[in-house]
Every structure is written in structure tokens, then in C-alpha cells.
Design a protein around this ligand. Structure first.
Ligand code: SF4
Ligand code: SF4
Length: 90
């Protein structure tokens, strides 16, 4: 699974930066073409949902998606990350 922020929906409120236990969401620095500063993702392969959703067959954690007021956070069925190589950091 790959974590995505939909830049067409995000309004840059940064609520997502407050909830992730891994601090994957970081405040962005650049305006996009809509004049919004969208958060950036720091090593999103650490996301619980990215790593374990396939194993458990359901969504795990999901705090970022639940708090986002604009439904701008979702996952896609890609697996570009090697699960064996993920280092868990807090
Ligand atoms: S699902 Fe949880 S671990 Fe994954 S990015 Fe969102 S808040 Fe962080
Ligand atoms: S909570 Fe949603 S709308 Fe707010 S910055 Fe994060 S992705 Fe964008």
C-alpha cells in the first residue's frame, strides 16, 4: 500500500501532522498551483496501514484519514516498498 495526499482536495490545515504516531506528515514548505501548502510525507513506508493492511486484511490506524476534513488522504494498491527493509522509528 502507498500513502497518498490528494493535492486537489487538501487545504493545508495540517491536522494530519498532529496525529500520526510516526510523524510521517510534516508541514510543507511550497505553495502548489492552487496556492495551498500541502504537507509532505516523511518516509511514508513506515505507516502502519502501508505495512500491515495486506497482512490483516483491513485498514489499520487510519488516524490521519479520519482527522482530514477534506478526505484528501488515501492509500493505493501499490507495493513499492520492501517490507523487510523498513526500519521502524518513533
Ligand atoms: S494511518 Fe496512522 S501510521 Fe499511517 S500515516 Fe496515518 S496516522 Fe500515520
Ligand atoms: S488534514 Fe487533510 S486537508 Fe488538512 S493538511 Fe492534512 S491532508 Fe490536507
Amino acid at each position: 500500500m502507498k500513502l497518498i495526499i490528494d493535492e486537489r482536495r487538501c487545504k493545508g490545515c495540517n491536522l494530519c501532522t498532529t496525529v500520526c504516531p510516526y510523524n510521517i506528515f510534516q508541514e510543507g514548505r511550497k505553495l502548489n498551483e492552487r496556492g495551498i501548502i500541502v504537507p509532505i510525507l516523511d518516509r511514508p513506508e513506515r505507516c502502519t496501514n502501508c505495512r500491515l493492511r495486506k497482512l490483516y486484511g483491513r485498514q489499520l490506524c487510519g488516524a490521519c484519514q479520519m482527522i482530514c476534513p477534506d478526505q484528501a488522504i488515501y492509500w493505493v494498491e501499490e507495493d513499492p516498498y520492501s517490507e523487510e527493509s523498513v526500519v521502524i522509528e518513533f
